[in-house]
Design a protein. Sequence first.
Lengths: 476, 95
Amino acid sequence: MLNTKTISEIKAGYAGGDFSPVDVITSLESAIAEQDAQIGSYLSRNVETALKAAESADLSLPLGGVPIAIKDNINVLGEPCTCASKFLEGAYQAPYNATVITKLLQAGAIPFGRANLDEFAMGSATENSAVQLTRNPHDLERVPGGSSGGSAACVAGDLAIASLGSDTGGSIRQPASHCGVVGFKPSYGRVSRYGLVAFASSLDQIGPLTKSVTDAAMLTNVLAGHDPLDSTSLDAPTLDYTQGLDEGVAGKKIGVPKEYLSDDLHPDVKKAVQTAIAALEKEGAEIVEVSLPHTKYCVPTYYILAPAEASSNLSRFDGVRYANRSNDVTDVLSMYENSREEGFGPEVKRRILLGTYVLSSGYYDAYYIKAQKVRTLIMRDFNEVFEQVDALIAPVAPEPARKIGENANDPLQEYLADIFTIGANLAGIPAISVPAGTAEVDGKQLPVGLQILGPHLGEQTVLQVARAWELLRDAE
Amino acid sequence: MSDQLDISKVARLARLKLSEEEAAEFTPQLATVLSYIDTLNELDVEGIEPSAHAKPVFAEPRADVPGESMPVELLEQNAPSFAQDQIRVPRVVES
């Protein structure tokens, strides 16, 4: 049962000579072979390469011999990177490593398995994958969340030790919440985006999905840092995030944004957040109600800015240099149009259309510039609040995981569920989802996540509060 | 504003060829999203600076040092059509 272990446990086992990296890969592979036909978290994996890396793993390194599953929109040299799109499936092999992969390899980790996602990371349920459906390991009739649904499901189902995801509007935190694992989005610029297939460049951030807060800190240690290959990567000092993790919350001021605890929440989600607030207060945190008055404008702002950036980023998929080119080509224009018509799925097309529209002549100021101005107001809300408090505590999603197929043909309904996660992306701040009990739906207990947000580059505080909650939760 | 979305025009700008079914499906969906987006009109943003990023990004250029290029074989392996070390495309310039 090595597949159920955390990174810390795996490292302790290696150090004690209890088992080897080959044992861990073998255990994962047998769990995957047994269960992933049902869960559908992986799009591909190369067992031979992983076993070979396991045989020669340097266990003295920080993540020596630890396998990490990778969302299939991050380039790993020689592996496919489908973005769960017909455009890239079967047509692309990464010719280079993303910086996060180079860092994982340097730390001794073994990238193993490519996790499913919504096509080009556009969605909140992984149902927009053009390749396959991923099911929630806690209830196979339900979605795992998204867009990093495969990354969350493989960790939740013990088909991975930990994984990498990407978060543009909640795509790490929301599936982590729905699947009952930890999901951490660091500050914008903290982790290099080089080699992550771009969706919305001003919002995208890579981060870990893990079984514990300590594991998230260990992975953040490896992932964080300046990268000259990403011009938006911050040249700011990083910390050892595992140090001081158990510092606790005594004396910390934690804000509860009143706009995030509305009556629209599922009652059990609200209860989970309130339970955590009470526990942290008992532990010595000072709890204060705060206000983020522009919260209701986060979703409309995001659904202008993200599609606008996506329409520009995805213009590189033109059938020219890589990916599939249509066979129905008579001239350059038909090569572009037919390749894109055949390659992209419906949600990607909707967002490209929306983005193209808001950037088009006559609408640019009314939509795009306006949304950028509202983004300023949303950022100000967070800046002002973080002058009063060290961290914020909030729900991740208004409801637990929904049933497969429930929001088909209603994109707006799906977008509205991002309300509590988008703010952190617009403001570029770190935020984590930590399991916080369950909500009862149709007689089933489904995981609920607690969100902790911190000021820009406040990764350490976020992880400390998350760890404090994790200890309190487990002590109950 | 949202009633002005001319889907065939936007598709043309986006270099997307849409089927009739897609155009019929997307038009009302996008109209719903756009009318929701119009809630931003409640806000007075006069005098507010637009933010392209959460933090000012000083895109610092890298040092101008020649590095290794990606091997041609790797590009060839991903190109839909390739010949004589070059990517092949349909004729671009009128003859």
